[in-house]
Design a protein around this ligand. Structure first.
Ligand SMILES: O=C(O)C[C@H]1C=CC(=O)O1
Length: 92
C-alpha cells in the first residue's frame, strides 16, 4: 500500500541545540534504515520550507502509523497522510 505523506517540522526555539542535534541525528538514522528496507520509497524536501513529501510502501494503515509515530521528530511534526490508489491512465 502506497501513501503520500507530508511532514512539516516545527522544532521549538527553546529546545537546547544539543538536544535538537541528537533528535535530528536519530531521525536521519531511522529514515535511512526505512529507505534501505524499501518502506520509505521517496523523500523530497519542499523548496524553501522545513518540510518534506515522502512516499511510503507499507502493509497497512497500522504499520504506517507505528512507523510515523516512531520518528524521533514526531513530537515536533505536523503530518498529513494521503492514501494512494492506481490511476487508470497510468502506464506504470
Ligand atoms: O527533515 C525532514 O524533513 C524531517 C525528517 C524526515 C526525514 C529526516 O531525516 O528528517
Amino acid at each position: 500500500m502506497l501513501f503520500l505523506v507530508r511532514m512539516d517540522v516545527n522544532i521549538p526555539h527553546d529546545l537546547p541545540d544539543a538536544q535538537a542535534a541528537d533528535i535530528k541525528a536519530r531521525e536521519k538514522a531511522y529514515a535511512q534504515a526505512l529507505q534501505n528496507d524499501g518502506r520509505w520509497r521517496h523523500l523530497w524536501r519542499v523548496v524553501g520550507e522545513y518540510a518534506n513529501y515522502s512516499v511510503f510502501d507499507v502493509g497497512s494503515n497500522d504499520e504506517l502509523h507505528t512507523l510515523l509515530s516512531g520518528l524521533p521528530l514526531f513530537p515536533y511534526m505536523k503530518i498529513h497522510v494521503t492514501p494512494l490508489a492506481q490511476h487508470p491512465s497510468a502506464i506504470a
